[in-house]
Design a protein around this ligand. Structure first.
Ligand code: BG6
Length: 482
């Protein structure tokens, strides 16, 4: 039996993608609340405030704000041991800079955690999942401003104190390494919103991207994360606090040494730049070369270095959806997926162009465990696909089961190889709004939600085939994958 007793099987969501209730009970606006819907070919827009001509999918999302009791019961029915979710910061501090929290927000999440407890589900809470209060973005310029560290710590102190005993697992920042990517990364990760009133959100280099601001923002988040780890341990020594990295398994496109070096560079920068700071407590030696190449300056004072060294995380968590290939050939560069690269002729892609590569998960687990030797947790993995509802209401998502099964098999191999893997929370366990495209059509869930891209639908929930399959997987602790 590969999977250890107590393995944290479950699912994951983020508040801004599932909760809705965007202005209820004192909640303030958060950055996703000013992001419009999009599609795979039409980018989302980010607007300055809410413009009447647009649909903003986070406003209602799948309305978990009002359905959480039933939804958590469904998670319980599948046997979840763990539910990874985020607290929407602007529900607790509506503008982000208040001294006192919004009591209605505090009570909402207390009820959510109590519902988890009733189902025997351990919550794992992301403190910041791409959902900065818009006030901190608009009035302070987002994470490039040093003041954000204190606002974040006030928020973290508040929720860690309120939920002491109800929540033991915390993640400081979702996919913190997305700040290394231009455009989208700066907005989602750093809350650094372009000045124009209406801007299409693209990935990579774009005219409103500011690399210096991104690297500053990331440094501030590292400090905030380290201080939060120290604080969280003081509040409750039982707390386990992790980092969360967008896992980028990267292969050389060919055995040309230039491609091999390009792959090494991408692995280091995307996975180990943040991992080293958060797990080892210090920037890697080559960070200076990266800063030089990016034309940025990062000042690490002796006090900063001490803060980082004191606030090492307890475990390393990551998302894994796809692998990428790196090339030194500029002509091939744009053929990859969201992580760029040259494409991979050995792999199929999802309908959204993400390369499907279960073996890449094994490769990534082994690489990361070799380097850090701390417990690992896969907190996101899954397939975004179009689901069809049959006349009798059933949803036959065999393609999703295949995707998950093949990834779980690779986890098993990693565990047999000695990797200390704590758990697996499949992404989007209930259908929710896609972060990159703002769609409902890109579904991940075991639970279907009746809602379309334009916001129409009854919001009714139904169980897909994968729901029953995952229930068996958990019941058998990963032994029955059939
Ligand atoms: C991760 C994010 O990048 O990938 C999630 O942490 C996101 O918020 C998930 O939803 C899947 O991406 P998408 O764009 O398909 O929703």
């Amino acid at each position: 039996m590969a999977f250890p007793d107590g393995f944290l099987w479950g699912g994951a969501t983020a508040a801004n993608q599932c909760e809705g209730g965007y202005n209820e009970d004192g909640k303030g606006l958060s950055v996703p609340d000013i992001m419009t819907g999009g599609t795979v070919s039409e980018p989302r827009h980010i607007t300055d405030g809410i413009l009447p001509q647009y649909h903003y999918p986070s406003h209602e999302a799948v309305d978990m704000y009002h359905h959480y009791l039933d939804d958590i019961k469904l998670f319980g029915e599948m046997g979840f041991k763990c539910y990874r979710m985020s607290i929407n910061w602007s529900r607790i501090f509506p503008n982000g800079d208040e001294a006192e929290p919004n009591q209605a927000g505090i009570e909402f999440y207390r009820r959510v955690f109590q519902a988890c407890q009733e189902q025997g589900i351990e919550p794992m809470v992301t403190l910041s999942h791409y959902e900065l209060p818009y006030g901190l973005s608009k009035n302070y310029g987002g994470w490039k401003n040093l003041k954000l560290i204190d606002f974040y710590l006030n928020y973290a102190r508040t929720v860690m104190t309120e939920y002491k005993g109800l929540v033991r697992y915390w993640l400081t920042f979702n996919e913190i390494n997305c700040l290394l990517m231009g455009g989208f990364g700066g907005v989602m990760g750093g809350g650094m919103v372009p000045e124009a009133t209406d801007t299409p959100m693209t990935f990579g280099n774009c005219d409103w991207d500011d690399p210096q601001a991104r690297f500053d923002a990331l440094h501030h988040q590292f400090l905030a994360s380290a201080k939060c780890v120290t604080l969280g341990h003081q509040i409750d020594p039982q707390n386990k606090i992790g980092c969360m990295i967008a896992g980028n398994a990267c292969y050389p496109h060919t055995c040309n040494p230039a491609d091999v070096l390009a792959a090494q560079k991408q692995q280091r920068e995307m996975n180990f730049y943040c991992g080293d700071v958060q797990v080892r407590g210090a920037y890697p030696a080559w960070a200076r070369s990266l800063w030089r190449r990016e034309g940025v300056h990062v000042e690490v004072s002796p006090e900063d270095a001490a803060t980082l060294a004191a606030g090492k995380v307890d475990f390393y968590s990551f998302s894994y959806y796809m692998s990428a290939t790196a090339t030194a050939d500029p002509v091939l560069l744009e053929q990859g997926n969201i992580f760029g690269g040259a494409g991979n002729e050995y792999l199929k892609k999802s309908d959204w162009g993400w390369a499907i590569d279960p073996v890449g998960l094994l490769y990534y687990l082994e690489e990361v465990y070799d380097r850090y030797q701390v417990p690992l947790m896969i907190v996101e993995n899954g397939l975004g696909a179009v689901d069809e509802v049959e006349a009798d209401g059933s949803i036959h998502d065999g393609y999703r089961i295949d995707y998950l099964r093949e990834h779980i098999k690779q986890m098993e191999i990693a565990i047999e190889d000695g990797v200390d893997l704590m758990g697996y929370t499949m992404w989007g366990c209930i259908d929710l709004v896609s972060a990159s495209t703002g769609e409902m059509k890109k579904r991940y869930g075991f639970i279907y939600v009746d809602k379309d891209n334009d916001g129409n639908g009854t919001l009714a929930r139904s169980r897909k085939d994968s729901f029953f399959w995952y229930k068996k997987v958990i019941e058998s602790n990963g032994a029955d994958l059939a």
